[in-house]
Design a binder for this molecule. Structure first.
Ligand SMILES: [Zn+2]
Ligand SMILES: [Zn+2]
Length: 342
């Protein structure tokens, strides 16, 4: 095996460079993976454009990418669950396993979690990467590497639905149909809900959602637009991460309903009508990443209950990473998922 591999480093704002790195060796309990597909996430684009998200500041150079799948080429000591040649999706967050959050199954809240492409942890825009076998999920032959890479955003959608306590008779609104909105939409359908309305400003994305079976609403310019949908939805998912849509959740919600906040707005403070929420005795849930959702993603995708490939807008090679990011930034209205194929 060639002992050097390519890695793409973010070296400054909007500036990638390919470097040669040593192929890492898998430690005990780890596997070495030849990376095959990595999706570009909104968070990757944000780091690329601004060098930070909230308290997480990039220290250049850094490797981005956390939505990945690949093939095992070497197994470390003590690994029995996987073997060379297995195709796997990698869950990108490695929690400590010892703290009270880890021990109670809420490892997404682990203060010591090492999550790919969240500073200072490097990510997966590389040819080879090591990872704990416990966080690698074997793909059946009918699931592609690209689909495996998309388990990551799908896990967020599944976790959002897990939090919502949906019932078959519920009417659901999803505000924003970017990748996470699309994943939430499919996760809602997968639990048997049929009455789903999605809101977005992109007619292209709404067309895709409509083909998947959603009712669609092209958002208007001003806030009065949302008055038409007052008190309409039992569950409102905010996936756009927009302060505009987040501020409208109280209005759209039916009395007794649940708001699930999934998107991270860029502002810390967002105006939400608390009086209205309290008078509706609303339940408010928030979602940060996910825990234990990869097995469910695997199950639903391998059985064909959730489809992912049609959400890939364009594919690029790893040596075209800069082009891929620029394309994603300049086509925000059209792009649902940009995929890097290695
Ligand atoms: Zn992601
Ligand atoms: Zn922990």
């Amino acid at each position: 095996m060639n002992l050097k591999a390519k890695a793409v480093y973010l070296e400054g704002i909007r500036q990638f460079a390919i470097r040669e790195i040593d192929i890492p060796k898998p430690g005990p309990g780890e596997v070495l993976i030849r990376v095959k597909a990595v999706g570009i996430c909104g968070s990757d684009v944000h780091y690329y454009e601004y060098g930070r998200i909230g308290k997480f500041v990039v220290e250049f150079p850094m490797i981005l990418g956390h939505e990945a799948a690949g093939e095992i080429v070497q197994v470390g000591e003590g690994v029995t669950s996987l073997k060379v040649g297995d195709r796997v999706a990698m869950e990108p967050g490695i929690p400590c396993g010892k703290c009270r959050y880890c021990k109670t199954g809420r490892y997404n809240l682990c203060p010591d979690i090492k999550f790919w492409a969240t500073p200072p942890v490097n990510g997966a825009f590389v040819e080879y990467v090591t990872h704990p076998a416990d966080f690698c999920f074997k793909l059946p032959s009918n699931v592609s590497f690209e689909e495996g890479a998309m388990f990551e955003p799908l896990a967020v959608g599944l976790w959002a639905v897990e939090k919502a306590n949906l019932r078959p008779e519920h009417s659901v609104a999803i505000l924003g149909v970017g990748t996470i909105g699309m994943m939430t939409l499919q996760s809602v359908f997968a639990v048997g809900i049929s009455d789903v309305t999605v809101f977005d400003t992109s007619s292209h994305k709404l067309n895709v959602a409509e083909k998947m079976g959603a009712k669609v609403v092209l958002c208007g310019e001003n806030l009065e637009f949302y008055d038409k949908y007052r008190d309409r939805f039992d569950v409102v998912f905010e996936t756009a991460g927009s302060s505009v849509t987040a501020s409208q959740t109280a209005k759209l919600l039916a009395p007794g309903g649940t708001v699930v906040l999934v998107g991270l707005p860029s502002e810390d403070a967002v105006p939400i009508n608390l009086n209205l929420l309290i008078s509706k005795e609303a339940t408010i849930k928030t979602v940060f990443r996910y825990a234990n959702m990869y097995p469910r993603a695997l199950e639903l995708v391998s059985k064909g209950k959730i489809k992912l490939s049609h959400l890939i807008s364009k594919r690029f090679r790893i040596d075209q990473l800069q082009e891929a990011f620029e394309y994603t930034i300049h086509n925000k209205d059209k792009v649902i998922k940009t995929m890097i194929v290695i």
